[in-house]
Design a protein around this ligand. Structure first.
Ligand SMILES: Cc1ncc(C[n+]2csc(CCOP(=O)(O)OP(=O)(O)O)c2C)c(N)n1
Length: 324
């Protein structure tokens, strides 16, 4: 890590923060249907990890996925258009917040099924290895996913087949309202070590620490030495999702939330850049998000008669207006 990377890391974290603050407000105001799961507070993880990836590498994401896909390079205009259910969205508005994907950028999808991205990541890594390609796959998931069977199967197969995957656990201490101590026996990194994965822990509120820990682990993964595991200690500043925010439901101790807010990765890095640099980046990011909001609000909605399109494979299923 060199100090030249800092403005780019700051910009990427700020873009996610600005995007999410805006869409959280839109979700609470009823402008976005359904709940969204804000990533606010965890930006250093997605940004520090994705700083090590090229467009050709792959990621799998979670129900809290806006930060991952933006850090990997997704267009915020199309992401917001997806959240608003419009045709300009990545999935033509069919997927919404929890299914953002952009295959051209190796974004294999956010995912509402806790832990499922790990299996997709191992499959993509198997395919890359079988092709003889040098791409790596990064799979993001929360501490709650560590007790989901499919993720443990993914660790097992990735280790047995020596697949090029970095598994990233975003340990934000809660799974919905369940405290880490009540849901996870034995510790995340130690569980991964049990499968033979090279494992490390890092302060997930420090983007430079995440960037260099991931660089170290990905070096081994890219060199064909098999999968690795990184546990990032982090925190989400808001509740589990926007509906709970709307209802004012909070399961956490307010002092705990306030303490973690003092570790906010964005001002911590901003302090090292200086006021002028920060002000310039902040203004440019705000403009980008203003444009995304205007773009998404003006995007056309799908025609209700096409509601069943893309549900089934096969020639008739993709014909506009055909209801099977
Ligand atoms: C297989 C499965 N079980 C349960 C749920 C319901 N659910 C949605 S989010 C969530 C909590 C996930 O916690 P964690 O993995 O720690 O991620 P975080 O929300 O903290 O980012 C649960 C239990 C689900 N979506 N999928």
């Amino acid at each position: 890590m060199t100090s030249e990377n800092r403005p780019a890391l700051y910009r990427s974290m700020k873009l996610i923060r600005e995007f999410e603050e805006r869409c959280l407000a839109m979700a609470i105001a009823g402008e976005i249907d359904g709940g969204i799961h804000p990533y606010i507070g965890q930006e250093a993880v997605a940004v520090g990890i994705c700083a090590n990836l090229s467009e050709r590498d792959f990621i799998t994401s979670t129900h809290r996925g806006h930060g991952h896909v933006l850090a990997k390079g997704a267009d915020p205009r199309r992401l917001l258009a997806e959240l608003l259910g419009t045709l300009e969205g990545f999935n033509k508005g069919r997927g919404g917040s929890m299914h953002a994907a952009d295959m051209k950028l190796g974004i294999l999808g956010a995912n509402g099924i806790v832990g499922a991205g790990g299996a997709i990541a191992s499959g993509a890594a198997w395919a890359a290895k079988a092709r003889g390609d040098s791409e790596v796959v990064v799979s993001f998931f929360g501490d709650g996913a560590m007790s989901q069977g499919v993720l443990l199967e993914a660790f097992n197969l990735a280790a047995i087949w020596s697949l090029p995957v970095l598994f990233v656990c975003e340990n934000n201490r809660y799974a919905t309202s369940l405290k880490l101590e009540s849901g996870l026996a034995g510790g995340a990194a130690r569980r991964a070590e049990g499968f033979g994965l090279v494992s490390r822990g890092v302060d997930g509120m420090d983007v430079e620490a995440v960037e260099s820990a991931a660089a170290e682990l990905l070096e081994g993964v890219r060199a064909g030495r098999g999968p690795a595991f990184l546990e990032c200690e982090t925190y989400r500043f808001f509740g589990h999702h926007s509906v709970l925010e709307l209802l004012g439901v909070e399961f956490r101790d307010p002092d705990e939330v306030a303490l973690w807010r003092t570790k906010d990765p964005i001002p911590l890095l901003g302090d090292q850049l200086g006021e002028d640099v920060v002000a310039g980046i902040d203004a440019a990011v705000k403009e980008t998000i203003d444009e995304a909001v205007a773009f998404a609000k003006n995007a056309p909605s799908p025609d209700p008669k096409d509601a069943l399109m893309y549900l089934y494979a096969g020639a008739t299923a993709v014909r506009p207006g055909v209801i099977l």
